[in-house]
Design a protein around this ligand. Structure first.
Ligand SMILES: [Zn+2]
Length: 187
């Protein structure tokens, strides 16, 4: 596998972003998908990526939340989360407490469009790691929980724009300099 420019909504090959993905059958397959996701996320940057975004309609996503300055500013108490791969995940509990914040997506205008989405503050998720071990994690960091909800949505064929309240569409931000195709030009 290799680095794959994330598929885009509104294109022919981006149609699977609106389809439900299927469970992975073997952990060999899961590991190959995770390797590709990681390589792509490392290259283009971002905090999460799901298999359908690189053209694979399987239930796998990764998060990689580094202790960057902006993360520490926003969540001074937040622990470093780092890299986690989720294979065949199910969200088994989700909080009533919610928060609103901006989100972007590497599959929506190449990561350059940001909109306000309401997400649950914390959740409980059951999943397998790429080695095949089953986990149940409580995710109490609201940013981590947000990323997991965003990526899990990709497996259900939902993008963040569909989670927005219509009144917040007037506050969409477009930041041209965040377009990930600029990275290809630089490298
Ligand atoms: Zn996304």
């Amino acid at each position: 596998m290799a680095i794959i420019l994330p598929k885009q909504v509104g294109t022919e090959e981006g149609r699977l972003l609106f389809q439900k993905s299927e469970e992975v059958k073997t952990f060999d397959e899961a590991r190959a998908i995770v390797a590709s996701l990681k390589e792509t996320l490392d290259y283009y940057g971002g905090v999460g990526l799901a298999a359908p975004q690189i053209g694979i309609p399987k239930r796998v996503f990764i998060v990689d939340i580094k202790n960057t300055l902006s993360y520490k500013e926003k969540y001074p108490e937040g622990e470093e989360i780092g890299f986690v791969a989720y294979v065949n995940p199910s969200i088994i509990e989700i909080s009533d407490q919610k928060n609103k914040d901006f989100e972007g997506c590497l599959s929506v205008i190449y990561g350059s469009l940001f909109g306000i989405v309401e997400r649950a503050d914390f959740l409980k998720i059951e999943y397998f790691d790429p080695q095949g071990k089953r986990h149940i994690d409580e995710i109490r960091n609201p940013f981590h929980a947000r990323v997991v909800q965003h990526e899990f949505d990709h497996l259900e064929g939902i993008i963040f724009l569909q989670r927005m309240e219509t009144k917040d569409f007037s506050k969409l931000l477009w930041e041209e300099e965040r377009d990930i195709r600029r990275i290809d030009k630089k490298k």
